[in-house]
Design a protein around this ligand. Structure first.
Ligand SMILES: NC(=O)c1ccc[n+]([C@@H]2O[C@H](COP(=O)([O-])OP(=O)(O)OC[C@H]3O[C@@H](n4cnc5c(N)ncnc54)[C@H](O)[C@@H]3O)[C@@H](O)[C@H]2O)c1
Length: 271
C-alpha cells in the first residue's frame, strides 16, 4: 500500500496500536502526526518516526479537551497543508463490576473513548467539508447539478472500537464507550459520504499493549492461558490491527465505506 503524499493523524499515537499504525503509515510513505497525552512516550515515538521520515510531528494534548483537539488539527494543517486520514486510537480502560463502577471512572472512559473520538471527527470534518460545501452552494446557485462525492478529495476516518463492544463482564463503561464508537462510525459513514469522507471502525480482540497492564503476567499467567484458549490465533500484536487500519485507508479500499472490521484472531463474536 502506498501512502505517498497522504497526511495521517493518529490519536493515541504514542503507544500500542496507535504507535504501530503511525510507524506503518510512515514506512509506507505518509506524512504522520501523532497526538497523545503522555509526553514521555510521545517524544519517544516521535523520535522513532523521525528515523523513518522527517515528515512527522508529535502533538501533546488531551482528546477530552476541545481546544487541544482543534489546535492539533490546525497545527497539522499548517505543517503539512491538510489532513487526509484520521485514526482515533486514544483510549483508556477503567474496569469494574457494575455495582463498583464509580461516576468519575465511568465519565472519564466515555469522555476519552467516545467524546474524544467525536471531537476529532468533528474538527477534521470542518476542515474537509469547507471547500466541498462552497462548491455545492455555487452549483446550486448556478442551477447546475451538485458535484458527485467522487469529485471531492478522498478522506478516511478509522475509529478503534473493540470486541468488548459486544459486551464483556467487568467492562460496563469500556464496552459502552466502544459500542458508542460503532454508532459514531455508522452515522458518520452515512452522513459524510456526500463529501467523499469514508468512515470505518475496527474491533480488535485482546492485543498485547500497555493498556492491558499486567493482565498477561498476573495470577501466574492464569489470564494469559485463558485468552490463549479463547482466541484461535493467540493474543494479538499491534501490527495485526495496524495492517487492517492501513487497508481501510488505502487506495485498495477506495469503494468501501462504513465497515466494522473485526480483527479477532479467528474468534467470531464476543471475546
Ligand atoms: N490492547 C487491546 O487489547 C485493545 C483491544 C481492543 C481495542 N483497543 C483499543 O485500541 C486503542 C489503542 O489502545 P492500545 O491497546 O494501543 O493501548 P495503549 O495504552 O498502548 O495506547 C493508548 C494511547 O492513548 C493515549 N491516551 C489515553 N488517554 C488520552 C487522552 N485523554 N488524550 C490523548 N491521548 C490519550 C495513551 O497515552 C496511549 O498512548 C484504544 O482505543 C483501545 O481501547 C485495545
Amino acid at each position: 500500500m502506498n501512502f505517498k503524499g497522504k497526511i495521517a493523524l493518529i490519536t493515541g499515537g504514542a503507544s500500542g496500536i496507535g504507535k504501530e499504525t503511525a510507524i506503518q503509515f510512515a514506512k509506507n510513505g505518509a506524512m504522520v502526526a501523532i497526538f497523545d497525552i503522555n509526553q514521555k512516550t510521545l517524544e519517544a515515538t516521535h523520535a522513532a518516526l523521525k528515523q523513518i521520515t522527517e515528515d512527522c510531528i508529535g502533538v501533546l494534548g488531551d482528546v477530552r479537551q476541545r481546544e487541544n483537539v482543534e489546535a492539533c488539527v490546525d497545527q497539522v494543517v499548517k505543517r503539512f497543508g491538510g489532513v487526509d486520514i484520521l485514526v482515533n486510537s486514544a483510549g483508556i480502560l477503567k474496569d469494574a463490576l457494575i455495582p463498583k463502577m464509580t461516576d468519575a471512572d465511568f465519565d472519564d472512559v466515555i469522555a476519552t473513548n467516545l467524546k474524544g473520538v467525536f471531537l476529532f471527527m468533528q474538527a477534521c470534518t470542518k476542515v474537509w467539508t469547507k471547500a466541498p460545501l462552497e462548491k455545492i452552494k455555487a452549483a446550486k446557485s448556478a442551477g447546475k447539478p451538485v458535484p458527485s462525492p467522487a469529485e471531492f478529495p478522498d478522506k478516511r476516518i478509522v475509529n478503534i472500537s473493540s470486541m468488548a463492544a459486544e459486551g464483556n463482564k467487568g467492562q460496563i463503561a469500556y464496552s459502552a464507550s466502544k459500542a458508542g464508537v460503532l454508532g459514531l462510525t455508522k452515522t458518520s459513514a452515512k452522513e459524510l459520504i456526500e463529501f467523499n469522507i469514508k468512515t470505518h471502525a475496527v474491533m480488535p480482540t485482546l492485543i498485547d499493549t500497555p493498556i492491558i497492564g499486567d493482565l498477561l503476567t498476573k495470577e501466574n499467567g492464569k489470564w494469559k492461558s485463558y485468552y490463549e484458549g479463547r482466541i484461535p490465533l493467540g493474543i494479538g500484536k499491534p501490527k495485526y490491527v495496524a495492517d487492517a487500519i492501513l487497508w481501510l485507508c488505502s487506495d485498495e479500499s477506495y469503494f468501501v465505506n462504513g465497515t466494522v472490521l473485526q480483527v479477532n484472531g479467528g474468534k467470531v463474536g464476543e471475546l
